[in-house]
Design a protein around this ligand. Structure first.
Ligand code: NAD
Ligand code: TYD
Length: 377
């Protein structure tokens, strides 16, 4: 079937994996990647597919309502997968307004443009879908009741083979919203607008809340790529607080597969949580990264452990995130495909093999390149 899908934020980390998957997997779809190319957007993430006939890039701001109206009409969009966002918690602490503008007003503009366009068509919302990509951070923070970890199944219901849990509670689709950072507050607000557009106007929406992603093409301000790059350069590794916060890590391609599945088969107006049953205490994860990078660089074991620096904690730092993704598994048959050991091995290898990609970002050279390249679009 022919479809015209608008993917926002497709030049970013997760978006680029979603764009690549959709462009390669659905040659009959026209994939329109709309991205403002902020500091986090990088067209080098999509070099391998940029000349495919079913792919178009549009540089635009999701908060520009008139432009969103124009894009919906021009490309006759029948499905939206919305990932564009300001995404880094530390930046949100420094500049919360940018997060309200993009994540709240941007999402609202996109919803409104989709609504106006779809309502203007004879078939209206039939065959349409607005997929909003959100985060588990909207649910707030879970208690760290087992600081040394327990095997799931012992005292938790959300068990998965080999899963170490750090508490007995998990985020489920009905968990109360309780955001703590300006980032998660802005994402929570956008989620509410998306659901309100379903309840008020009948917009066929679906929302997913995913745990922390890792893998190739992640901007090197986030923990895993930042630390891989710092170890390579012999730079300090700033561990917030005591390094005891827990995150649930999912390989980015598994998230992209889940998005594809839910976009096509998820139920309208439903929420699905996506996670890997893969909880790690930051300090333990950091030690795995150090070990892997040192081994790949041919350094003796333990060589880079001395780079660890415990620094002042992030204000409002959530202590534990852990997703129960059994609804997605039971209803749609999704499972993460990679074990963490395999995923981290692939990830470290990718960053070490793609030093030019990371050096371009850290030097700011790519921003200038794309500014010039798209100045007249
Ligand atoms: P990212 O920061 O790597 O990419 C965001 C992209 O959005 C960039 O390409 C940027 O240029 C673009 N963008 C920003 N503002 C824009 C605007 N006003 N108009 C158009 N484009 C704009 O983010 P990511 O990590 O890939 O996250 C993508 C989405 O997934 C976000 O909505 C985020 O909240 C969500 N999410 C991320 C994670 C994670 O671990 N990274 C986990 C769960 C959910
Ligand atoms: P991050 O990758 O920023 O994702 P999020 O805050 O959305 O979970 O951070 C992951 C964890 O690592 C989080 O608990 C904060 C911590 N962290 C550090 O200890 N040092 C760092 O330099 C960064 C960027 C994060």
């Amino acid at each position: 079937m022919k479809r015209n899908i608008l993917i926002t934020g497709g030049a970013g980390f997760i978006g680029s994996h979603v764009v690549r998957l959709m462009v390669n997997r659905y040659p009959d779809y026209h994939i329109v990647n709309l991205d403002l190319l902020t500091y986090a957007g990088n067209l080098a993430n999509l070099k391998d597919i940029e000349h495919k006939p079913n792919y178009t890039f549009v540089k635009a701001d999701i908060a520009d309502l008139d432009r969103m109206r124009q894009v919906m009409k021009e490309y006759e969009i029948d499905g939206v997968i919305h990932l564009a966002a300001e995404s880094h918690v530390d930046r949100s602490i420094k500049n919360p307004f940018a997060f309200a503008r993009t994540n709240v007003m941007g999402t609202l503009s996109l919803l409104q443009a989709a609504r106006e366009y779809w309502e203007s068509l004879p078939e209206k919302y039939a065959g349409k879908r607005f997929y909003h990509v959100s985060t588990d951070e909207v649910y707030g923070s879970l208690a760290l009741t087992h600081p040394d970890g327990i095997e799931a199944g012992a005292t938790t219901k959300a068990s998965a083979k080999g899963h170490t849990a750090y508490g007995t509670e998990f985020f489920v689709e009905t968990s109360k919203y309780d955001p703590h950072s300006p980032y998660s507050a802005s994402k929570a607000s956008s989620d509410h607008f998306v659901r309100a557009y379903h309840d008020t106007y009948g917009m066929p929406v679906v929302v997913t809340n995913c745990s922390n992603n890792y893998g190739p093409y992640q901007f090197p301000e986030k923990l895993i790529p930042l630390f891989i790059n710092n170890i390579r350069n012999g730079k300090e590794l700033p561990v917030y607080g005591k390094g005891e916060n827990v995150r649930d890590w999912l390989f980015v391609e598994d998230h992209a597969r889940a998005i594809d599945l839910i976009f096509h088969s998820g139920k309208t107006a439903e929420t699905y949580n996506i996670g890997g049953f893969n909880e790690w205490k930051n300090i333990d994860l950091i030690k795995v990264i150090i070990k892997t990078v040192d081994r790949m660089l041919g350094n003796p074991e333990g060589h880079s452990l001395g780079l660890i620096r415990y620094v002042t904690d992030r204000p409002g730092h959530d202590s534990r995130y852990a997703i129960d993704s059994r609804k997605l598994r039971d209803e749609l048959g999704w499972e993460p495909s990679l074990q963490f050991e395999e995923g981290i091995e692939k990830t470290v290898r990718w960053y070490l093999d793609n030093q030019e990609w990371i050096d371009n970002i850290t030097s700011g050279a790519y921003e200038k390149y794309y500014e010039d390249m798209y100045a007249n679009r």
